[in-house]
Design a binder for this molecule. Sequence first.
Ligand code: CIR
Length: 274
Amino acid sequence: MAALEYLLKEKEESLEEFALVRLPADTVDCGLRMEELGKVDVALAQLQHRVYCDALRKLGFGLVRLQKENAYPDSVFVEDPAVIIKDVLVVARLRRKERSGEEQLLEQSLSGSFSKIFRIETPGFLEGGDVLITEDTLFIGISGRTNEEGAEQLARIARDQCGYGARMFEIPENQLHLKGGVTYHARAGGLITVSEEYEAHFRALPHRRVVIPAEERFGANCISAGATVLVHAQRPRTKKLLEAEGFEAHELFLSEFEKIDGAMTCLSKFFRVT
Ligand code: CIR
């Protein structure tokens, strides 16, 4: 809350789109992980996060930085505890007890900016990383973290409040969240970057698609603004595909977050101020 008020007072009103981030905890090396990919270097994670924030600013996002929360090693992944659909804030319900409580922290920071606030209720579980939002539809991954009850609750809120449709499908067990493999680029004409594994679910859409090879984990999870795209480093095929699409691709090193299953968009909650 404090951070958001501060930013708005800083006379950044000319900016329309904001990225809310939370500084990585000193305990980020204790983050949850599906497989052992090496020890997280906390200082390097904090440096990579600073570079990420600078890159977002250069893309034109107003940045809202929240303080670190050492009691929550995964709290840097602000994509998960909430979903924002236009002017509606939906407070998620995180499945893992290690993350339970992050929802309230994020709600405290955001609630002053939203007049419409809803919460996912028991027995529903829903994590923001499983929700892809296009101009009029939610795609919700049913995963180890998001169940059908949570997805149905969100779909109802999106329909009643915003007139959005919803599609749900199960994602493979070895994937944490849907958005690790797909991004909707509102600021690039509605382009969808999607990993081969998820492509079939998006094939019928009229949107332009860039299909990313499955072996380039997190390649499809990228952030664009106009002709510039930020892409996970060391994904050469992804970079080439995006350049062929006309983008200027900038690589970001996010190795320390990747070790604990975090992709680029997981580190931000994007919202508009109108
Ligand atoms: C977790 O397991 O919850 C974190 N280590 C990673 C969360 C990544 N978030 C996301 O994909 N949206």
